[in-house]
Write a protein that binds this ligand. Structure first.
Ligand code: ADP
Length: 501
């Protein structure tokens, strides 16, 4: 019996591994998910067991196929979306990791980053990689392992060691150790990849004393990444895409054209704007990164920025203040107030990112009077989600020199109609939520399906994206200017607060 081809997306996230099966109409046929342990050996250290990552990913993939009553032969392609920057180093012969994976959140290499800055490397790093020197990215994590794991440097020099981000590790395991590869989007987050020439940068590798031979071969995001060992699923399914999770979400939002922007409202907010074939250098501390590469030697770029606390403000209303029972109630409560009553909530729980870059900022609620109620506080928290993203998008537009045409949204917070309407009002562009909010997995599936011929081209893939709800701006210019002005005054109150502790 021949069935319509399906695509299996592996969504390897920070806290869980997921597997989703999509059909040609982009319908979800099956979903499986497994959480795994977060390992915190010391304050500010975050690790994952690479074996657990692989096991959980493999098991969810099998589960999804089983739940969808699908055989491996029905799967036209596997696509991978993965947590970015996290690194694994392993022995090429035994496949044994030399240590736990160092996760993107891990700050242990802050000292090493300080040394790189002292050596004056920041301009070179920004020019070549589009990034700022920070422990977040893979390079210093790899350097740290080479420095601290006994005998590792010698083994690496001898060619016995392979390094990679999570896509690379999964592909190694899926192909039975046959392929040591990554894609341009994942490479662009390592701080070792020249995003203009699309090669590992020899100068940066030297500066960090990382032997280039441990790094994977870099392919486009849509490419032949190898075929699965038939013993795993019962057939040699081709692996046809690998994409970093935020880039996958942009693809899943059909953000293929310049000026298209997506925002993922989770605990924090993750914004990305496609800038086409232009790698825009930011003067607001935003990152320049590769959005996607579907053909060899050609990529599109994006500007990226994140808000540290957005949904976490809503979590705080629930857990800290106890004025709501669940996140969705924030909207019901906020609607009990006609407006914010002059109350502004700056949720700088852990400092503020772009465009403020103030690690000492702390959260503040200002403008409280005797008339202030819990409804005003809830409303101010939801408005803050929109204010912070509006500031970030403002910075992106200034950097890129264009205005975004619309903002495509996903993540838990995008279900909040009050926040999304306010977002549209502040930006003065439509905010659009798609039918399919599984944008990360869908992005990986799209790119894999494109490579495998399930869909003939990007236009056909983009046509699969369907609007579910559109929020049209309904605020006049004067109101908008006043709101942003008041917000900035509130941010000034929160700025630098922790310094006085
Ligand atoms: P993450 O992957 O960061 O956990 P999710 O996409 O699962 O993010 O979204 C969870 C976040 O979204 C939480 O911080 C939660 O407070 C917030 N959230 C979920 N639903 C709503 C809602 N209806 N209104 C406002 N915030 C919401």
């Amino acid at each position: 019996m021949s069935v319509d081809p399906v695509v299996l997306a592996l969504d390897q996230g920070t806290t869980s591994s997921r597997a989703l099966v999509f059909d040609r109409q982009a319908r979800i046929l099956a979903v499986a998910q497994a959480e795994f342990e977060q390992i915190y050996p010391k304050p500010a250290w975050v690790e994952h067991d690479p074996q657990r990552i692989w096991d959980s990913q493999y098991q969810t993939a099998r589960q999804a196929l089983q739940d969808g009553a699908l055989r491996a032969q029905d799967v036209a392609a596997i696509g991978i979306a993965n947590q970015r920057e996290t690194v694994v180093l392993w022995d090429r012969r035994t496949w044994l990791p030399v240590a736990n994976a160092i996760v993107w959140q891990d700050r242990r290499t802050a000292g090493l980053c300080g040394q790189l800055k002292d050596r004056g490397l920041a301009p070179l790093v920004q020019e070549r990689t589009g990034l700022v020197i920070d422990p977040y990215f893979s390079a210093t994590k790899i350097a740290w392992l080479l420095q601290t794991v006994d005998g590792l440097r010698d083994r690496a020099e001898r060619g016995e060691i392979a390094a990679g981000t999570i896509d690379t590790w999964l592909i190694w395991r899926l192909t039975g150790g046959k392929r040591h590869v990554t894609d341009v989007t994942n490479a662009s987050r390592t701080m070792l990849f020249d995003i203009h020439r699309l090669v590992w940068d020899a100068e940066l590798c030297d500066a960090l004393e990382i032997p280039q031979r441990i790094l994977p071969e870099v392919l486009p995001s849509a490419a032949e990444f190898g075929t699965c060992d038939p013993q795993l699923f019962g057939a040699a399914i081709p692996i046809c895409s690998a994409v970093g999770d935020q880039q996958a979400a942009l693809a899943g939002q059909a953000g293929f054209a310049p000026g298209l922007a997506k925002n993922t409202y989770g605990t924090g907010s993750f914004l990305m704007t496609n800038t086409g074939t232009r790698a825009v250098r930011s003067s607001h501390g935003l990152l320049t990164t590769i959005a996607l590469g579907v053909q060899p030697g050609r990529v599109t770029y994006a500007l990226e920025g994140s808000v540290f606390s957005s949904g976490s403000a809503v979590q705080w209303l629930r857990d800290g203040l106890g004025i709501i029972d669940d996140a969705a109630q924030s909207e019901v409560l906020a609607r009990q107030a006609a407006d914010n009553g002059g109350v502004y909530f700056v949720p700088a729980f852990t400092g503020m990112g772009a465009p403020y870059w103030d690690p000492y900022a702390r959260a503040a609620i200002v403008g409280i009077t005797r008339g202030t109620t819990r409804a005003h506080i809830a409303r101010a928290a939801l408005e803050a989600i929109a204010f912070q993203s509006a500031e970030l998008i403002g910075a992106m537009q200034q950097d890129a020199g264009f205005t975004i045409s619309e903002l495509r949204v996903d993540g838990g917070g995008s279900n909040n109609a009050l926040a999304m309407q306010f977002q549209a009002d502040l930006l003065d562009v439509p905010v659009v939520r798609p039918e399919n909010t599984e944008t990360t997995a869908f992005g990986a599936a799209c790119i894999a399906g494109l490579q495998a011929g399930v869909w003939p081209g990007l236009d056909e893939v983009a046509a699969l994206w369907r609007e579910h709800r559109r929020f049209t701006p309904a605020m006049n210019e004067r109101e908008r200017a006043t709101a942003l002005h008041e917000w900035r005054r509130a941010v000034q109150r929160a700025a630098g607060w922790a310094r006085t502790e």
